[in-house]
Design a protein around this ligand. Structure first.
Ligand SMILES: Nc1ncnc2c1ncn2[C@@H]1O[C@H](COP(=O)(O)OP(=O)(O)O)[C@@H](O)[C@H]1O
Ligand SMILES: [Mg+2]
Length: 361
């Protein structure tokens, strides 16, 4: 099992993470428009009606409440119009006179939803253990009145939907290619996000007291996908259970064999993955193909392998048998990286990562 005290040491100089649930005031979260100014967003948020976090369930969609047979009434009519069918809340708290914002996401209390929520926290832990804590939001999962929720700090910036339009692309920060390649390799290849074409799950953040200007991984609900995960993911409608899980190594290899390695690479680059999208915006196709995963990243990942295994087990994300047999996707991918890069001293390129085909042609 994973040693959570170790996490605090690696991520937070030995201190446990601080969550100001007592002071927190919450309100429904309205997703900001991509081009919206940060101060404007904060200003609009602060004008919303707030309730103490302990009353947060009042804002949740009816089906959340009915499911748990908890009846929430709020005496104040002013809140009525803000009710909406979503489970995302924004929270404000003060810490030594400074305003802090938090995002809170509630989940229905059923095992599938809890498993999904846990994976979001897991992604941050995996990144931290990979030596990439700068790209991991501060996040945890807790319960309120029996309902699971995730809480993470709110960060200033835009999500990857900014890539989708000509006008909003200008809002995106310049992030160096190396950072983009390694983040693609970790989240989308090694940890295998089924939701790889969802641009809204990467935040491109501006520098602030909290972080530097970089990218952050949010909403990793679909990392380490398995056939059960697909059961509650949209691609289910078109997915044949005898086929490899989309985003997995086998899936990448099968697609490369079916379409041709170059064709598959070009198809993936052209889709809506936010990290590949940002890379594509500023580089030519041949530059993209040649980009290399830095050696230190591979080394860090290989060193983190036992922690990945412990985390996958502690978060119950991968069956124990799969892990013991070394059959998890991340275990197999790391074996290939080791063989290819450390033993045979060959570079690992973005093309290898995207296509899953590592032998050089
Ligand atoms: N910590 C955060 N800081 C700033 N914006 C956030 C944060 N978390 C989420 N958002 C915004 O909210 C959107 C939805 O959040 P997400 O966790 O992806 O929820 P969902 O499961 O509804 O997709 C994101 O695309 C982003 O625009
Ligand atoms: Mg999302």
């Amino acid at each position: 099992m994973y040693d959570f005290v170790r996490f605090n040491q690696v991520y937070n100089r030995g201190q446990p993470l601080r969550w100001p649930m007592e002071q927190l005031q919450v309100s429904p979260f309205h997703r900001q428009d991509v081009g919206e100014n940060d101060d404007q967003v904060q200003d609009n948020q602060s004008r919303q009606p707030f309730v103490p976090f302990s009353e947060a369930c009042y804002f949740l969609p009816a089906d959340f409440r009915e499911q748990d047979k908890i009846h929430y009434e709020h005496p104040c009519d002013a809140f009525q119009k803000t009710l909406h069918a979503d489970s995302l809340l924004i929270g404000f708290a003060e810490h030594f006179g400074k305003l802090e914002r938090y995002m809170i996401k509630f989940f229905p209390n059923d095992p599938k939803a809890v498993a999904t929520a846990k994976r979001e926290v897991l992604l941050s832990y995996l990144l931290v253990e990979s030596g990439e804590g700068d790209h991991a939001p501060k996040i945890t999962m807790q319960y309120l009145d029996g309902l699971p929720y995730l809480i993470r700090r709110f960060y200033r910036g835009v999500d990857g939907r900014a890539l989708l339009s000509e006008t909003t692309r200008a809002c995106l920060p310049i992030i160096d290619n190396e950072t983009l390649v390694k983040n693609y390799a970790l989240r989308y290849v090694l940890f295998g996000d089924l939701d790889f074409d969802n641009p809204g799950n990467i935040l491109f953040i501006r520098s602030s007291a909290l972080t530097q200007k970089t990218l952050l991984h949010i909403d990793g609900e679909y990392i380490f996908p398995d056939p059960q995960t697909i059961g509650h993911f949209v691609v289910n409608e078109t997915w044949d259970p005898s086929q490899p899980v989309p985003g997995s190594l086998k899936w990448r290899q099968a697609k490369s064999a079916e379409m041709g390695v170059d064709e598959f690479f070009e198809m993936m680059i052209a889709q809506q993955n936010p990290v590949l999208g940002l890379l594509r915006m500023r580089n030519t196709l041949s530059q993209l193909k040649e980009m290399v995963l830095p050696f230190y990243v591979i080394q860090n990942c290989l060193e983190a392998l036992p922690y990945y295994e412990q985390l996958a087990r502690s978060f119950e994300a991968i069956p124990l048998e799969t892990l013991v047999n070394g059959e998890a996707d991340f275990q197999q991918i790391l074996q290939i990286w080791e063989q290819h890069n450390i033993q045979e001293l060959k570079p690992i390129t973005l093309k290898h990562l995207v296509t899953g085909v590592y032998e050089n042609k």
